[in-house]
Design a binder for this molecule. Structure first.
Ligand SMILES: [Zn+2]
Length: 179
């Protein structure tokens, strides 16, 4: 995880402040390293949700990761998109029957997309067993469902008004960050 770390006073795209952020591109552009994490996610999914029959990932980076995870589990994968807050399955795999789904992603920062995806999948008649991700920022508002993570999030997050870096007059090092 160390290669992902970007320390310093950070303003996230949603306006929250933090003492750093994670650059997932460090792993996403290195398939061998990405696959090490995918394998760990697959092992957790196998242990906790052995009845899963579909792995789902969000376009674009989430879809790549989900395919890697699904390969370790020998399960099918489906890719989803969010447009105007609505979830749609990519035409390559639109499940015809209700599935027991695990949603796979890399980092969760706000939880907004995860909530929309889970709601969309439930509306489509699927059972969402849980969410498998690398890590979740502590201010994220997660959907109501079981969560598996690989690590605790290494950074603190505050509202702008409560940010100790701002209070100390420290310049912002990273702006408009979307994890
Ligand atoms: Zn600040």
């Amino acid at each position: 995880m160390d290669s992902l770390r970007r320390d310093g006073h950070t303003v996230l795209k949603d306006g929250l402040h933090a003492d750093g952020w994670l650059e997932k591109g460090e792993l996403v552009r290195k398939p061998v390293e990405l696959d090490r994490l995918a394998k760990r996610q697959a092992e957790q999914i196998q242990t906790h949700w052995p009845s899963a029959d579909l792995i789902v990932g969000v376009s674009q980076c989430g879809a790549v990761l989900a395919a890697f995870v699904a390969r370790h589990l020998a399960l099918p994968v489906a890719f989803v998109n969010l447009q105007a807050d609505q979830m749609t399955f990519h035409r390559m795999n639109v499940p015809e029957f209700p599935q027991r789904v695990v949603l796979v992603d890399d980092l969760i920062s706000t939880g907004t997309d995860a909530r929309l995806l889970v709601a969309g999948m439930r509306r489509a008649g699927h059972t969402v067993l849980g969410l498998s991700v690398w890590t979740v920022r502590q201010t994220a508002q997660l959907p109501e469902l079981p969560l598996l993570t690989l690590w605790p999030h290494p950074y603190h997050t505050w509202s702008a008004a409560a940010c100790p870096h701002c209070a100390a007059g420290e310049a912002v090092r990273w702006e408009q960050v979307r994890e």
